[in-house]
Design a protein around this ligand. Structure first.
Ligand code: ADP
Ligand code: UDP
Length: 242
């Protein structure tokens, strides 16, 4: 598979066209950003951690029969995915109160939520990704009623798969963000990445942050915690049967 023209350069990844129609090459970058790009640093090794972790998590999601864009990992920092038209949405699922939820609603971080909740954010850097509701999604013509229902089901199914997987490696899945895209046939697919950049992962025993909050909040070395997550995922077969 050959890299062709650069299609898009984002904060964490580059997307390239390939010699195969509808197949994109994603390169994960050694770059960390927070606060909508206001905080930005080069972090050697981050690209390969997120590429490898995303590949493992998407393989698990595929195994469970959930439709997604992942094709295969082709190098330490690159993977092939099916090209889709992204919906300008960030879909957040929360199991435990943290981050903006805690701040906005004054709920102590770490409070277990009685059920998984879903939030939608309008992915628009210019507006700082505002939180929106289902009516807004319809009025902005981002998705139909039927599609919104499908997206919520997809998000909850992914939550179940990931929660169980992380529990096996002694990690609580606090919250995470996903993005979805539409194929040319109009089918919705889980796309983008799932990694410690897009999830809150807390060690079950110590509650230590094993995710991007280490960078956002200056809590320590990002690479060593991302490596810890990757190693636990890679070794999971040795300590349990899944
Ligand atoms: P950002 O755009 O937030 O800076 P990234 O650096 O992660 O983020 O850029 C990756 C971009 O690729 C995102 O805008 C994401 O929506 C988009 N994307 C992810 N998967 C696909 C896909 N399968 N097809 C087309 N675009 C995708
Ligand atoms: N998240 C993300 N990209 C964003 C915003 C949030 O991946 O642009 C993830 C974040 O890592 C966390 C979850 O979504 O796992 C919920 O984030 P929150 O709304 O609490 O925002 P934060 O305070 O982290 O910006």
């Amino acid at each position: 598979m050959k890299r062709k023209s650069l299609l898009y350069e984002g904060k964490a990844k580059k997307l390239f066209q390939t010699n195969q129609e509808n197949v994109l090459l994603v390169e994960y970058l050694d770059q960390a950003t927070a606060l909508n790009g206001l905080k930005k640093d080069a972090v050697v090794g981050k690209g390969q951690m997120n590429n490898q972790i995303t590949a493992i998590l998407f393989e698990k999601i595929t195994e469970k029969g959930i439709a997604n864009h992942f094709i295969k990992k082709i190098s330490k920092t690159e993977q092939l995915v099916q090209a889709v038209t992204m919906l300008p949405l960030e879909i957040v699922v929360r199991n435990i109160a943290a981050g903006s939820f805690s701040k906005r609603l004054d709920v102590t971080e770490g409070t277990a939520l009685p059920f998984a909740i879903i939030e939608f954010y309008y992915k628009e850097d210019r507006l700082d990704d505002p939180i929106i509701n289902e009516d807004h999604i319809k009025v902005l013509e981002i998705a139909s009623d039927v599609e919104i229902r499908e997206i919520k089901n997809l998000a909850l199914q992914i939550n179940q798969v990931l929660k169980e997987l992380f529990a096996m490696i002694a990690i609580d899945l606090v919250d995470f963000k996903i993005e979805v895209g539409r194929t040319t046939e109009g089918k919705l697919l889980l796309a983008d990445e799932i990694s410690p950049d897009t999830c809150r992962l807390w060690d079950k025993e110590t509650n230590a942050h094993l995710d991007k909050d280490v960078y956002r909040r200056d809590l320590g070395d990002l690479i060593s915690v991302y490596r810890e997550v990757l190693q636990r995922l890679e070794n999971k077969g040795e300590s349990s049967c899944i």
